[in-house]
Design a protein around this ligand. Sequence first.
Ligand SMILES: [Zn+2]
Length: 72
Amino acid sequence: METTEIKIRTCPICGQEYTGRPAISRMDCETPICPDCGTRQALTSIGIDAEEQEKILDAIHRSMDRCTQDKV
Ligand SMILES: [Zn+2]
């Protein structure tokens, strides 16, 4: 039986609570982390600096907001 309950997890890296599918930390390939930190680690691995990472995350969040909050 597959469970559909929504679990709230706390990210060990940024301390943010999140729901949904976690990303897996590239540090140990095992620790579940929040999607934002997963994105940061992925961007770090391809050589994107911290400032650019925040811009990319901002853009991702904005495009997600458009899906959930677009009522215009
Ligand atoms: Zn995090």
